[in-house]
Design a protein around this ligand. Structure first.
Ligand code: PEP
Ligand code: MG
Length: 783
């Protein structure tokens, strides 16, 4: 039995102890007991939190827990402002009230014992919150993932434990519990107190090669100093490839490590970047970080952790300066499983008769019964597994698209609605076939190859089987492994419901959150909504949609793009009859020019974002579409300020580079104040080459890598670098490895790809960055 009532050492914990010490605490206990060298520490249990709130009294004698429940009972969680204020009051109270002596005593005793292991009175520790309700989805606890590094001394530890406890009552966590029907009085929180590793060297390791997916190899990245440098990608680390079992070091790449992260020598708290040459000496820049023995020691521990958990792991490790030992700081699985495709053998054919050709817009093979529809009112005809055939999809058809095994359209290019949505849903699609609705008849069996853009007669056995095998093989793929690249690899999201799946790719953030589906998805023309006095409904719908995404990615950044729906798409909606009938909607009333003409729409969007900022989301950026004049940036900012949303402070502020004008006058746009720009190459190509992106007749001339487009991009990157403005791409070309290579060479800061392409793009970026390093090293050798 433990000597303590409120404390458990890691050694005394197992993975089944989640109710007592939360997921994080239980996992640390599990690893400690499996003989994995995690830095030592203890958990202040959930019991301690419970005891605290049930025994501490306010000045008027009210028990804290009763007071909290009283405040919550009076809170309408749908009223963001009230929720924000009341939860802040609760957090403040937990932090303010003194720790009960019986708990403080145990924390002090445990902390002293931990320090004594290092022959010290006090050591640096990390204090982290660890949520206890096992069956609550992670999202419910986001915002409670409080972490305090470099905590020193008993008083500081106690203070941070209370701060962790308080994080049980962030607006976000409270909101989620309320919505999911969890009893607020039954959710507790534990705090983990763990020795900080004073890293001499540190890095990450993947127990399966994330570039080749080879599970017989371990890939180790290593750099000097604290792990932050490698994890954030700000330092190019050494890379070692080790063969499992034989422990042969198959490859070594020694990087030039110019900078490192160390504990701030002036304050003793927090971290700072320093030059390796100054801090350690010039000879350390190109020195191999780990010795051969250390490489093998790290790899062996990796294999052991993989064996313990039965699956490849992504692990953070570090060697401690204080005792020279290797520690494992974090380990998580790097696998996502895919579902299997099932098709009846009897229905299959061996023949491959081509019925139709078009553009492969979403990869993969889907097969089933054809259902032709022309309008959203017919979507109920499409049943699970059918092949949806239509002229062109629109947002009202999304429910049917989700049920379809494949999608085929007459019109559209790779960047049309059908293409974007099906890629996001992971459903194979062929667009721009010109005559699918004529040639394909209801009830026909077809096989759709979305990779090559072909529709075959019947259910083609070889194609369907190959797809099944690939999907099954996909179980071994280390999708989502956060291979660290200096150029960030982000993901595009249009539908909030795919946010979780997009986040699971391990992408570094959302480079484009399209507003169109959220707004068009309200089922009526948004302007009609506002004119009928239902602005609040629209704002709330937006808050819900955007929250789902910023929550799934938190703390990774999400760039929300304001509405960019052309008149022809708006006309489809109920109440859309008044939309002007434009001769050329692509050149017409869309993007920010429309937003500024109808500021009530822009205002609703900014209000929604402001509410999320007030809820504590500090990971949002706002991006304006189709900018061509500097005053558009200025005017949009004025509208944001009108609703209390402060650009650059509450949110990052940026523009899409989608018109040649914006690329040519980039300097003038920057003068208006920009944090970032993102290339919308779908439009930039269309406007530079004068090719309607949705017109399949001219598609063969559509090329995002046309020298004219590249010249514009190069110019913008150059100017942005000069002014410290971040650059990114979120057009379809950001999912094309050939384009990505060019952009990495041009020095782009991030690329944003479709969910299905994140893994490939990440590998492409990693390879290209490695190639650049190699070229630089070879050049240096020659000189
Ligand atoms: C683009 O134009 O490249 C872009 C990303 O925006 P959209 O495809 O929504 O026009
Ligand atoms: Mg665009």
């Amino acid at each position: 039995m433990s000597e303590y009532k409120f404390i458990r050492w890691f050694e005394d914990l197992r993975k089944t102890d989640v109710p007592l010490v939360g997921g994080k605490g239980a996992n640390l206990g599990e690893m400690t007991n499996a003989g994995i060298p995690v830095p030592p520490g203890f958990c202040v249990t959930a019991e301690a939190y419970k005891y605290f709130v049930e025994n501490v009294k306010l000045e008027d004698g009210t028990v804290l827990q009763d007071w909290i429940m009283g405040v919550i009972a009076e809170t309408n969680v749908d009223d963001s402002k009230q929720l924000q204020e009341n939860t802040a009051k609760i957090r403040q109270k937990i932090i303010e009230l003194p720790m009960l002596p019986e708990i403080a005593q145990e924390i002090e005793d445990a902390y002293k014992k931990l320090s004594a292991r290092y022959n010290k009175d006090a050591v640096y520790v990390a204090v982290r919150s660890s949520a206890t309700a096992e069956d609550l989805p992670e999202a419910s606890f986001a915002g409670q993932q409080e972490t305090y590094l470099d905590v020193y001394g008993v008083d500081d530890v106690i203070d941070k434990v209370k701060k962790c406890w308080a994080s049980l009552w962030t607006a976000r966590a409270t909101f989620y519990r309320a919505k999911q029907g969890f009893d607020h009085s039954k959710v507790y929180l534990s705090a983990v107190v763990q020795k900080m590793v004073n890293s001499e060297t540190s890095g990450v390791m993947f127990t399966a090669n994330p570039v080749t997916n080879d599970r017989s190899e371990i890939m180790i990245n290593a750099a000097w100093g604290l792990g932050e440098a490698v994890v954030s990608g700000s330092v190019s680390p050494d890379e070692y490839i080790v063969e499992k079992g034989t422990w042969k070091i198959k490859e070594k790449y020694i990087a030039k490590k110019e900078v490192m992260v160390v504990r701030n020598p002036e304050t003793g708290k927090g971290t700072v970047y320093v030059k390796v040459a100054d801090h350690l000496g010039p000879e350390w820049v190109e020195k191999q970080v780990l010795t051969e023995e250390q490489i093998i020691e790290v790899a062996k521990i990796g294999a052991k952790i993989e064996e313990h958990y039965g699956w490849p792991q992504d692990i953070e490790w570090a060697y401690d300066k204080d005792d020279g030992k290797l520690y494992i700081v974090q380990s998580r699985p790097i696998t996502t499983l895919k579902d299997e495709v099932k098709t009846e053998e009897a229905e299959m054919t061996e023949e491959m008769n081509v019925l139709l050709k078009g553009l492969g817009a979403s990869p993969g093979v889907g097969a089933g019964k054809v259902v032709v529809i022309f309008e959203a009112s017919e979507i109920d005809k499409v049943k699970e597994g059918d092949v949806l055939v239509t002229t062109m999809t629109n947002p009202d058809m999304v429910p049917a698209m989700k049920r379809a095994s494949a999608i085929v359209t007459d019109e559209g290019g790779r960047t049309c609605h059908a293409a974007i949505v099906s890629r996001e849903l992971g459903i194979p699609a062929v667009v721009g076939t010109k005559e699918a609705t004529k040639l394909l008849k209801d009830g026909m069996l077809v096989t759709v190859d979305g990779t090559r853009g072909v529709v075959y007669e019947g259910i083609v056995k070889s194609l369907v089987k190959k797809e099944e095998e690939e999907k099954a093989g996909g179980q071994v793929v280390v999708a989502g492994a956060p291979l660290v690249t200096a150029t960030e690899v982000k993901v595009n999201v249009s539908m909030p419901e795919v946010a979780e799946r997009a986040a699971a790719t391990g992408a570094d953030g959302v480079g484009l959150l399209r507003a169109e589906h959220m707004i068009l998805g309200i089922g009526a023309h948004p302007i009609k909504f506002i004119r009928e006095g239902k602005e609040e409904e629209l704002v709330e719908k937006l808050v819900e949609g955007i929250r789902t995404v910023v929550e799934a990615f938190y703390p990774r950044r999400v760039w929300y793009r304001t509405l960019d729906a052309p008149t022809n798409e708006f006309r489809e909606l109920p109440g859309g009859e008044e939309e002007p009938d434009e001769r050329n909607p692509m050149l017409g009333w869309r993007g920010i020019r429309r937003g500024l003409d109808q500021p009530e729409l822009l205002r609703a969007e900014f209000k929604a974002i402001k509410r999320l900022v007030d809820e504590g989301y500090d990971n949002i950026g706002v991006m304006l579409p189709l900018v061509s004049h500097p005053e558009q940036v200025r005017k949009a900012k004025e509208i944001a300020l009108e609703v209390g949303l402060v650009p650059h402070k509450d949110v990052e502020w940026g523009v899409m580079i989608e018109t040649p004008a914006s690329a040519l006058i980039i300097e003038d746009l920057i003068k208006e104040g920009l944090d970032f720009v993102s290339f919308g190459t779908n439009d930039l190509t269309q406007y530079t080459l004068a090719i309607d992106r949705d017109n399949e007749r001219v598609f063969k001339l559509y090329d995002e890598k046309h020298p004219a487009v590249l010249k514009l991009i190069e110019n913008v990157i150059k100017v942005c670098k000069k002014h410290g403005v971040e650059t990114s791409i979120c057009g379809q070309a950001g999912s094309d490895p050939r384009m990505v290579k060019l952009l990495v060479r041009l020095g782009i800061d991030s690329v944003s790809a479709n969910p299905d392409a994140v893994e490939l793009v990440r590998k492409t970026v990693a390879r290209e960055e490695a190639r650049l390093r190699l070229e630089a090293a070879r050049k240096a050798l020659r000189e």
